[in-house]
Design a protein around this ligand. Structure first.
Ligand SMILES: [Zn+2]
Length: 359
């Protein structure tokens, strides 16, 4: 496929408009989504229809090739998914195929504990969803003792399903406990974190067994996804650590380990990488240098914000710090409004009908 034809400027955006790299995690109807990781299948289809009509859907690898050549397709949009949830294969991929839109999926290979939920999902299940929690919790993390008392009655009922972490002050002690534990667990090593989650399961009286709705892909599913011509697989470390918290040698092992594991399973080169969490402070200059040393061609960061003008990829973007913008569970109109804001366009013009996504 000719890269230059695929990403031609469609002429409806100013040449300096640049491209957007969208960051998704899951396509699923979630009953409870405190971290705002899920986009419903209905909304995802609406997003894809808007991208096809009004923008220039583009594979991220092709977009990166253009950055390296100093010319980014104006109005280009690359879709990415982080983490490797099974719904990327079972729900997102069929919709991408239906609309002919490419995507890149960054997989945390999780050589241990792939049968477990991600730690943030485990915390949601244990702390927010459990019917009744004990009054008192004592635990140690990194050698420091912590204790909490749930005294406001919130321990007697699961938390409101619509609550999420962006809603400001937590309304109950149960939600405050969840936020405390999120902050504590985020920076721990994988082993200690798993021990703490096991202890929390025992404390709350719930099983360690992960939910099938929150499962991640297995290696045979990585292969199935990679066999789709529209999908590229990228690396996202082994255990999804905050890389900047690790010694340099451990950072390299996480980066290289995930690349090699994926290449061994997929039987093809892996070019791309996404920093776990990916915001400023989650990785440093040494991390970016190691991604390059690991033979990877590019790495994606996370602006932590919805589409905005500072989140665009331009010809001056660093291929080892490509900005990405977060997509939430927006309906089509809201999604389109965010795109317009990012490109500072009064109105995103209708794309000429004859220019197909795969042209
Ligand atoms: Zn991630």
């Amino acid at each position: 496929m000719n890269v230059h034809r695929e990403c031609q400027n469609i002429g409806t955006y100013p040449a300096e408009a640049g491209a957007l790299v969208l960051l998704y995690h899951r396509v699923a109807d979630a009953e409870r989504d405190p971290q705002l990781l899920c986009v419903s299948p209905k909304h995802f289809r609406e997003h894809l229809e808007i991208l096809r009509r009004r923008c220039r859907p583009c594979a991220l690898s092709h977009c990166v090739d253009h950055v390296l050549e100093g010319e980014v397709p104006a109005g280009g949009v690359a879709i990415t998914f982080d983490d490797g949830y099974a719904d990327n294969l079972t729900v997102a991929a069929p919709l991408l195929r239906e609309q002919g839109v490419p995507a890149t999926v960054f997989v945390a290979t999780r050589d241990e504990g792939r049968d477990r939920e991600f730690w943030w999902d485990d915390l949601e299940r244990i702390i927010l969803r459990t019917r009744s929690l004990p009054r008192r919790l004592e635990m140690a993390a990194s050698g420091v003792r912590h204790e909490w008392n749930l005294t406001d009655g919130s321990r007697e009922a699961p938390c409101a399903p619509e609550w999420n972490v962006q809603m400001g002050d937590p309304p109950t002690e149960r939600q405050a406990l969840y936020l405390h534990l999120c902050r504590l667990l985020r920076v721990l090593g994988d082993c200690e974190r798993r021990e703490i989650l096991d202890a929390l399961c025992a404390w709350a009286g719930v099983s360690r067994q992960g939910r099938s709705s929150h499962r991640v892909m297995m290696p045979d599913e990585w292969r199935e996804l990679a066999d789709d011509a529209l999908i590229e697989i990228g690396a996202h470390t082994v255990s999804h650590p905050v890389l900047s918290e690790l010694p340099v040698a451990d950072q390299f092992a996480e980066i290289m380990g995930s690349r090699q594991r994926l290449e061994q399973e997929l039987g093809r080169p892996v070019r791309g990488f996404a920093y776990p969490y990916g915001c400023r402070g989650d990785f440093g200059p040494a991390t970016a240098a190691m991604v390059k040393n690991a033979g990877l061609a590019y790495a994606c960061a996370n602006t932590g914000r919805p589409p905005h003008s500072g989140g665009r990829v331009t010809k001056d973007s660093d291929p080892y710090r490509l900005p990405r913008v977060l997509v939430r569970d927006w309906d089509g109109d809201t999604f389109e409004r965010h795109l317009r804001e990012a490109w500072k366009l009064a109105d995103v013009q209708e794309r000429p009908r004859h220019v197909g996504a795969g042209a």
